[in-house]
Design a binder for this molecule. Structure first.
Ligand SMILES: NC(=O)c1ccc[n+]([C@@H]2O[C@H](COP(=O)([O-])OP(=O)(O)OC[C@H]3O[C@@H](n4cnc5c(N)ncnc54)[C@H](O)[C@@H]3O)[C@@H](O)[C@H]2O)c1
Ligand SMILES: [Zn+2]
Length: 389
C-alpha cells in the first residue's frame, strides 16, 4: 500500500519568549512605593492604567486590603474598573464552580479587556482561580500576583500555572500563563496563622531535595527558628525557594511541562490524593509534607537512596512542625493517586523520587506493597506520634 501524501504543507514555526520579574520587599502597597505602579505603566502603553483588584477574603478579614488597594490606586492615578473583588479563601474557591463563574461574569460586566490588568492578592488557591479566570477571559487578560501565604510566595505564586478542581480532580481545568510580575511582600505574611505560615515549608524542602544540598543544610540549621515563624528566617526561606523554583522554570527547557518528567511534583502524587481523601482537611502544604515523607521512605525501601537520606528528610519535616503521616495513608484508594497523577501528566508514569539530597530519579513504576509498607513505617514512627499528639 502506498503512503498517502498531502497536496501541500505549510510549515509554521514561531517562538515566544517570556520574562517576568519577581520582587521581594516589604509594604509594596504603601502609597509612597511605586513598584507596582511602575510595573503596570511599563506594560500599559499610552493612556491611564486600568486595573481590577481581586483579594482573598481570608486576608481581607484581617487587614483592610481593599482600602489599601483603593488608596494606592488613587495615589498613582490607576483607573480602578470596579471595587476590589472579594474571593473566598482556601481550596473551596477552586472546588466551587460558582466562584469561577462569578469571576468571569465580573470581568465581562466591568469590561476588563486584554489591555487592562487583573491584580490579585491572595493565597495559592485564590491566585489559582483568579489566574484561571483571567487567563481564559478574552484568551488572556494580564495578571499581576501578590502571593499572601508562605506557600504561594515560595512556590505557586512565582510560577506559570493556574487551575481549578473539577470532577474530584485537582487542577483538572487550568492553563500555563506566565504573569506580568509577582510582588512578594513580606508584610502580607504577618496576618497568617501558624498553620498557614508553616504550610509552605514543605515546598521549600521539596526544592532543596531536588536541587540544593546547601539549602537543605540551611533548613536543618534554621528549623527551630522557622517553626517559631521568625520573620527574617522565613524571608530567607521564601527568597531561596522562589529563586530555585523560578530558575527551574527558566532553565529546565520544559516550562510548560510537556515532557513526562516533572521534578517539581516531588511528593505530589500522594499529596493530591490525600487532599481529596481527607476532603480538604489537609492543606496542600501539609499533604505535600506527607507525600515527600512517603516517597523518601519508599525510595529507601526500594534501594533508590540511602536510608540516611530518607531519615534526614523525614526528621527535617518533623522539626519544621510538618505532619509526616495521616490516617488516610491507610486508605486503599491512595494507590489510585498514581494513575490519576499519570493521567494529569499524560504519557508514561514518571514519579520523582529522592536519590540523594540534591538529586532525584524518575521512577517509571511504584510497587503497591512497598508504598503500603512505607506508609505503615511513617504511621508507627515516634516522630509522627509526637507530631500528632
Ligand atoms: N499553580 C501552582 O503552580 C500551584 C503550586 C502549588 C500549590 N498550588 C495551589 O495552592 C493552593 C494552596 O495555597 P496556600 O497554601 O497558599 O493556601 P490557601 O490559598 O488555601 O490559603 C490558606 C488560608 O489562608 C488564608 N489567607 C491567605 N492569605 C492570608 C493572609 N495573608 N493572612 C491571613 N490569612 C490568609 C486563606 O483565606 C485561606 O483560608 C492549593 O490549591 C494548591 O493546589 C498551586
Ligand atoms: Zn505543591
Amino acid at each position: 500500500m502506498s503512503a498517502s501524501r498531502p497536496a501541500s504543507i505549510l510549515q509554521t514555526r514561531f517562538r515566544l519568549a517570556y520574562a517576568y520579574p519577581v520582587f521581594f520587599g516589604e509594604d509594596f502597597l504603601r502609597p509612597s512605593d511605586d513598584t507596582l505602579a511602575r510595573v503596570l505603566a511599563s506594560k500599559a502603553g499610552a493612556g491611564r492604567v486600568r486595573v481590577l483588584f481581586a483579594v482573598d477574603e481570608g486576608l481581607a478579614a484581617r487587614r483592610a486590603i481593599g482600602d489599601e488597594l483603593s488608596t494606592y490606586a488613587a495615589a498613582h492615578r490607576l483607573e480602578m474598573l470596579g471595587a476590589p473583588v472579594s474571593v473566598p479563601g482556601g481550596e473551596r474557591c477552586k472546588n466551587e464552580p460558582s466562584v469561577l463563574d462569578r469571576l468571569h461574569a465580573t470581568l465581562h460586566e466591568l469590561r476588563v479587556d486584554r489591555h487592562a490588568f487583573v491584580v490579585v492578592v491572595g493565597g495559592g488557591a485564590v491566585l489559582d482561580v483568579v489566574g484561571y479566570a483571567a487567563a481564559t477571559a478574552h484568551r488572556g487578560v494580564r495578571l499581576v500576583r501578590f502571593p499572601s501565604t508562605t506557600l504561594s510566595q515560595c512556590d505557586s505564586g512565582v510560577g506559570v500555572k493556574n487551575g481549578v478542581n473539577r470532577f474530584g480532580k485537582k487542577n483538572f481545568l487550568g492553563t500555563f500563563a506566565p504573569p506580568v510580575a509577582v510582588l512578594n511582600d513580606a508584610s502580607l505574611l504577618r496576618t497568617l496563622d501558624a498553620r498557614d505560615l508553616r504550610a509552605g515549608y514543605a515546598e521549600a524542602v521539596k526544592v532543596a531535595i531536588l536541587k540544593s544540598p546547601g539549602f537543605f543544610s540551611w533548613l536543618q540549621e534554621s528549623a527551630d527558628a522557622l517553626r517559631e515563624g521568625e520573620p527574617e528566617v522565613v524571608g530567607v526561606l521564601v527568597r531561596t525557594s522562589a529563586a530555585i523554583h523560578v530558575e527551574h522554570i527558566a532553565t529546565s527547557g520544559d516550562a510548560f511541562e510537556s515532557g513526562s518528567s516533572r521534578p517539581l511534583d516531588l511528593g505530589h502524587w500522594a499529596a493530591h490524593k490525600l487532599e481529596a481523601l481527607t476532603d480538604g482537611e489537609l492543606r496542600h502544604g501539609e499533604a505535600v509534607a506527607i507525600g515527600i515523607a512517603l516517597d523518601a521512605t519508599y525510595s529507601a525501601l526500594a534501594g533508590l537512596c540511602d536510608g540516611e537520606v530518607a531519615t534526614s528528610i523525614v526528621a527535617l519535616l518533623a522539626r519544621l512542625g510538618r505532619p509526616i503521616a495521616h490516617e488516610a495513608l491507610r486508605d486503599a484508594r491512595l494507590l489510585e493517586g498514581l494513575e490519576e497523577f499519570r493521567e494529569h501528566l499524560g504519557g508514561a508514569l514518571s514519579i520523582p523520587l529522592p536519590a540523594a539530597i540534591g538529586r532525584c530519579t524518575d521512577a517509571r513504576a511504584m510497587d503497591g506493597a512497598r508504598i503500603v509498607e512505607a506508609a505503615a513505617r511513617l504511621l508507627s514512627s515516634s516522630l509522627h506520634r509526637r507530631c500528632a499528639a
